[in-house]
Design a protein around this ligand. Sequence first.
Ligand code: ARG
Length: 280
Amino acid sequence: MNNNTQKKEFKWLPIIAILAIMALLTAACGTSKSPAPSGDQKSSAGQTNGAAAKKVIRVGTDAAYPPFEKQGPDGVPVGFDMDIIKAIGEANNWDVQAAHTGWDPLFEAIKTGTKDVGVSAITIKPDRQQLYDFSDPYFDAYQLIMVPENSKVTKADDLKGLRVGVQKGTTGQDLAEKVLGKGSANIKGYADTPSAVEDLYAKRVDAVIADNGVLNDYLKNSNTKGFKVVKDPSVQPEHYGIMVKKGNKQLLDQINKGLKTIKQNGKYDEIFKKYFGNAK
Ligand code: ARG
């Protein structure tokens, strides 16, 4: 009986062996096939599993400009700008890797190519356009003047003779220079905007000029009260653009295409609402 069973098993052995070999061959064929197509448009959550790695896009920002960018709990920048570039990245199937660079270093990083893209509430303006390329505008802004609540300042011209804090190399500095003159000792330049606002709170400067979205955010969210913002009637509208190395047309085209996509599919509006509610 026992013997009999064993014989029966032996009879099946060659068949099992053949099946096993066929299985191995099939598996081998599978791996030699061309790599899996790089995930569909909406694969951001799925990450890449192996072979078809997404194109990495290195984003630099000065993550000290909320609500556009600030450092998240893990140091990774978060904010309106980061959501926008991530959504553009999703439309292009990119792996968007954002990091805080600071403001001046960001321009350097784009020039030297250590970052691919600058997203940092950067106003498109002629002197920058000579050195960098910018996407289509993605956000409208203007300068505001932040002063103590009891200040008599109602327009930019009233800043004459006052100490004005600005972030160095921004359009806030441009406006301060227009009023006080280039090189004026009354213009205090800071490496970032929070440092300027801190000095305003501490009364070391009399006013700070910066973008409307940011100063309004300070008014709303800062624990320090007793300040207001003033809009000069003559301030020029500004438009933010996404910055790339001069001549990087391919990347710029993809950014503009992605921007169009997220404006059409409602993603842009969704992000806008998240940060600015129904304003505008
Ligand atoms: N929009 C202004 C400019 O382009 C200020 C931008 C500052 N951005 C920042 N992340 N600190 O000059």
